[in-house]
Design a binder for this molecule. Structure first.
Ligand SMILES: NC(=O)C1=CN([C@@H]2O[C@H](COP(=O)(O)OP(=O)(O)OC[C@H]3O[C@@H](n4cnc5c(N)ncnc54)[C@H](O)[C@@H]3O)[C@@H](O)[C@H]2O)C=CC1
Ligand SMILES: O=C(CO)COP(=O)(O)O
Length: 312
């Protein structure tokens, strides 16, 4: 049976989609809604989904999807990680943990060393998945046989999973694209135009590839759904919270800090990793400063444009 931890927009959307394959237990720490999750308005839960605040019910499942935000995952695992032993654990968070400078799969593997750890990522808005719109994702698992079994188990007629053993590449693609989506939003919010956005996407992709391959990812994973695919979606759609957050920075508009924006903390993590490893990640470093209000949009653009001219 499938359990999902985290009854936010994405956990709820996955529960709705996977209910097509059988019963699903969806756990949230505070379920103060019935029938329709306010984080996913207009979506009714199928009968095959049990929504619960009882963590034991979800932990009784053999396959568990962790749909908590990246910066919340470490705390959750500190408290409950030992109880995840022996399960198949699928991370869906798209971020780098600021405290440990690692992706969610490493945190999970550390908390539950004997578990099979996989990553589900790729271009997919929760609202699209919940509405049953066709979606293609990447399922990454270092254990090829376990990955193939999961691929079958988590695919539905409209949710098409492609598999890879490159967990590092798949996970980093999903985390890093959020940072570039903020940058793309800043460009659009500040009225700098579509040409500048295309430049940010392309140079951002170069940064993503530089860091991911440095950390052991296969370059071709970055050009797949989890990298280029998700980068394209989030840099071009107002459906993305990271992109909208960037737009708000660029236009000087207010932003609701309760909204999950994974790219802000991940940009800070990347800035630290760049320093640690001597890497050049100028867009990520600038996003980190913009997200914290440490630099104006004008200064950020001036600084990026004033960098020495170089080969592409
Ligand atoms: N919303 C989307 O379209 C997609 C989201 N994702 C990823 O899924 C992850 C979750 O995002 P969303 O569900 O959209 O966020 P959300 O903001 O809708 O929901 C987050 C949920 O996590 C819960 N939560 C936060 N801290 C917690 C803790 N310490 N213990 C237990 N529960 C906690 C919150 O109560 C909330 O229900 C993120 O990493 C995001 O990047 C991935 C693909 C698509
Ligand atoms: O990861 C996503 C789409 O693939 C969702 O993006 P946002 O978190 O920016 O809304």
């Amino acid at each position: 049976m499938i359990g999902i931890l985290g009854a936010g927009a994405f956990g709820t959307a996955l529960a709705v989609a996977l209910a097509a394959n059988g019963p699903v237990t969806l756990w949230g720490r505070r379920i103060d809604w019935r029938g329709e999750n306010p984080r996913l308005p207009g979506v009714t839960m199928p009968g095959a989904v049990t929504v619960t605040q009882d963590l034991d019910a979800a932990l009784a499942c053999d396959t568990i999807l962790l749909a908590l935000p990246a910066q919340a995952l470490g705390g959750f695992l500190d408290e409950h990680g030992a109880r995840l032993a022996g399960r198949v654990l699928v991370s869906t968070a798209k971020g780098i943990d600021l405290a440990h400078l690692t992706g969610p799969s490493a945190l999970i593997a550390q908390a539950a060393p004997d578990a099979v750890v996989a990553v589900l990522t790729g271009p997919s808005f929760a609202a699209d998945i919940a509405r049953g719109l066709p979606t293609a994702l990447t399922l990454a698992c270092a254990d090829a046989a376990a990955g193939a079994a999961l691929q079958t188990r988590l695919s539905t007629p409209v949710l098409r999973l492609y598999r890879t053993t490159d967990v590092t590449g798949a996970e980093l693609g999903g985390a890093l694209k959020n940072v570039i989506a903020i940058a793309a939003g800043v460009v659009i919010g500040a009225g700098l135009g579509d040409s500048a956005r295309a430049a940010i996407i392309t140079r951002g992709f170069a940064e993503m590839t530089r860091l991911a391959t440095h950390l052991g990812a296969r370059p071709e994973t970055l050009t797949g759904l989890s990298g280029l695919g998700d980068l394209t979606l989030t840099c071009t759609s107002a459906g993305s919270r990271n992109f909208r957050f960037g737009c708000a920075i660029g236009s000087g508009s207010a932003w609701d800090s309760a909204t999950t924006v994974e790219g802000a903390a991940t940009a800070r993590a990347l800035a630290r990793m760049a320093l640690r490893d001597g890497l050049d990640l100028p867009i990520a470093a600038m996003v980190a400063r913009l997200a914290q209000g440490d630099v104006s949009v004008e200064k950020a653009m001036d600084r990026l444009l004033a960098r020495p001219l170089k080969e592409e």
